[in-house]
Design a protein around this ligand. Sequence first.
Ligand code: NAD
Length: 249
Amino acid sequence: MNRESFPSELIKAVRSAERVAVLTGAGVSAESGVPTFREAQTGLWLKYKPEELATAEAFLRDPLMVWEWYAWRRGRVEDVQPNPGHVALAQLEKILTERGSNFTLITQNVDGLHQRAGSRNVVELHGNIRRVKCFDEGIVVNTWDDDGERPPRCPHCGAMLRPDVVWFGENLPIHALQKAYQAAELCGVFFSVGTSGLVQPAASLPMLALAQQAIVIEVNPQETPLTSSATYALMGKSGEVLPGLVAVI
Ligand code: NAD
């Protein structure tokens, strides 16, 4: 998209906002080749539903199988690279913070691609597949032995280690959620990028921003429940729309 594709009022709003918040979802990683939950079920895992693997009950029933599913997904995420959409968001953060604005990137993704692209102020609502934590105490463990017992054991208490992601039926990390609500409440401009707006509580964040009179900009090739209320709906792929926008900010 070129300069003419973006309304001048939109450009002005982004340039002058003291606080900018961005919410991203699985769509922003689609152009990197990170499969969505449903697309991820191939080969060996085809016969399992994600909802039957991504729960504490499933892990307690069959810890080895759930650990192996995450190890396989972790491997797939490590094999891919951030795409131009991730890079543009990192550039937008750099440009706006250098000009004195506050910038918060809230993501539902667990793939760590925003950080790999250079984003700094990232709030992970659903955890990170590249981290593990103690099943009993929730303490994050930085290194583990992948060649020994599976799942590996917590070096502090001996309980099983599990992926540091939010499973179905679990609460979101409270600190991350508070930061996300605060960013949505205080921002002048809110971007919703590559998210279907169906998963709560993330889906309520653009609504909160709208209620506080923020300008809400959606980037998505498809319509979502947010589209009709967004101030601007930029219909396109994040890897194409965002670099064009950054070029004119
Ligand atoms: P979703 O799958 O419900 O929706 C994805 C949205 O992205 C859709 O609206 C789609 O139109 C849009 N989209 C597709 N390609 C796009 C592109 N190139 N550019 C911009 N938008 C594009 O995703 P969600 O809203 O994030 O919710 C799904 C849940 O699954 C989340 O909880 C998330 O944590 C989890 N998940 C994460 C990953 C990941 O970490 N990459 C992958 C799969 C699922």
